[in-house]
Design a binder for this molecule. Structure first.
Ligand SMILES: Cc1ncc(COP(=O)(O)O)c(C=O)c1O
Length: 398
């Protein structure tokens, strides 16, 4: 449970993560351009004449940027679907006022109920026979089940991750059983989906294997008179680097908030994390800072205290090169990161109390970015933005 979304003056005066909707819109447009069939080659795809849909993947609180803020910005800019991993996340979007956009949830327990999915208007990914049977048992009988009230499913196939999705040996049976239920009027099979195992890298050779498998899945479906409207495979990386994977829809998560795992484009960072300086002091050469005295002042200097720590967004393991920006200047974090605070060295400058430190931002003013933090925290930017603690207040701006 995070802090209240309504930013009181008190909340605003502490650490705040601000989501930038214009950045999300601009990033969404970049993906619309990337999947435009005008400039791409998708010769295997009979539907190559139409532009693939963009699904805005907003799982994990919109990659830490706010479920509905990211969803609405992406939809404003031309995304037409939303993707999450659970029924609960879909419910947050519906309760947040997104009433009509199709939503797909793809990591559901076997207990997910067809009637609930119809009521909430959420499509359910079905990753195997057990899930299909259990789901069908919860469907309304066909005579009561007009097509607009049928639960909508996407068959989900594993293509080499041994993670979510149906193992290849069961593809044919899953498709046959799903086709029967579809043709009996129990459910609507609207999608065929999988995920690339080298989703983050530009790996055309490995992607080609998955594309071939996806075509096999489509052929198996066609053979039993099943014709789902949407085939979808690619996420951010392949959407930007490999048109052969685009099919009818691409599922974009990281890219919306400015993360391009394929490192082919400079997308725009969609958040700024700030916190005020709440104390300052001058120390003498030889004095130490923080727990276990891991940093000793090499000369007389000034320090400033910022109230964020490892309970918020700053990992304890960061190196001495990690820093924040105040008034256009970069200052390094010194000493151990505590649960709730870090100390920065500000040299000759006694930073006035209340001065705002930018921990990260889009990078337009040479402030640190989530990519710098990913390097400092020895991880990927996805983890930086999805592990921001609940004490950080949230704000949204354009
Ligand atoms: C099945 C699936 N599709 C799409 C995505 C979005 O990937 P990305 O954040 O690289 O766009 C994910 C993320 O993990 C995923 O699991």
């Amino acid at each position: 449970m995070g802090l209240p979304l309504k930013l009181t003056r008190q909340l605003r005066s502490g650490p705040v993560l601000t989501t930038h909707t214009k950045a999300i819109e601009a990033n969404t447009k970049t993906f619309l351009d990337a999947v435009n069939p005008g400039d791409i080659e998708r010769s295997h795809d009979a539907l190559a004449k139409s532009t693939p849909h963009i699904m805005a993947v907003v799982k994990g609180d919109g990659y830490g940027h706010g479920y509905t803020w990211v969803a609405e910005a992406a939809l404003n800019a031309g995304a037409t679907w939303l993707g999450v991993t659970s029924f609960a996340e879909a419910q947050i979007l519906r309760e947040g006022g997104i009433t009509h956009t199709p939503i797909l949830s793809w990591l559901n327990s076997i207990e997910v109920d067809a009637k609930d999915s119809v009521e909430l208007g959420v499509d359910i990914a079905i990753p195997g026979l057990e899930h299909l049977k259990s789901f069908l048992a919860t469907c309304a009988p066909p005579e009561k089940n007009k097509s607009e009230r049928r639960a909508r499913i996407h068959l989900q196939f594993d293509m080499g991750m041994a993670r979510d999705g149906c193992a290849e040996e069961y593809w044919q049976t899953l498709i046959q059983e799903a086709a029967k239920a579809h043709n009996d009027g129990l459910i609507s099979v609207v999608g065929l989906m999988s995920h690339l195992r080298n989703s983050g890298e530009k790996d055309l050779e490995d992607n080609a294997l998955a594309v071939k498998k996806m075509l096999k899945v489509r052929a198996l479906a066609k053979a039993v008179d099943l014709h789902p409207e949407i085939t979808h495979l690619a996420a951010t990386g392949a959407a930007l680097t490999d048109p052969t994977t685009h099919f009818d829809m691409v599922r974009i998560g990281a890219g919306l908030v400015g993360i391009d795992p394929s490192e082919t484009l400079n997308l725009i960072g969609a958040s700024t994390l700030t916190a005020p300086v709440i104390q300052h002091r001058r120390i003498s050469r030889g004095e130490t800072v923080g727990y276990s005295r891991t940093w000793t002042a090499p000369a007389d200097t000034n320090l400033a205290l910022i109230p964020v720590g490892y309970a918020d967004a700053i990992l304890r393991k960061i190196p001495s090169t990690a820093g924040v920006q105040i008034a256009g200047k970069r200052f390094n974090i010194v000493g151990r990161v505590s649960m709730d605070q870090v100390v920065i060295e500000t040299g000759d400058w006694e930073v006035p109390l209340g001065e705002v430190a930018t921990i990260w931002g889009p990078g337009t003013d040479s402030e640190p970015t989530i990519h710098d933090w990913a390097i400092w925290e020895d991880t990927i930017a996805h983890e930086v933005v999805t592990t921001i603690g609940p004490r950080i207040a949230r704000a949204v701006t354009d």
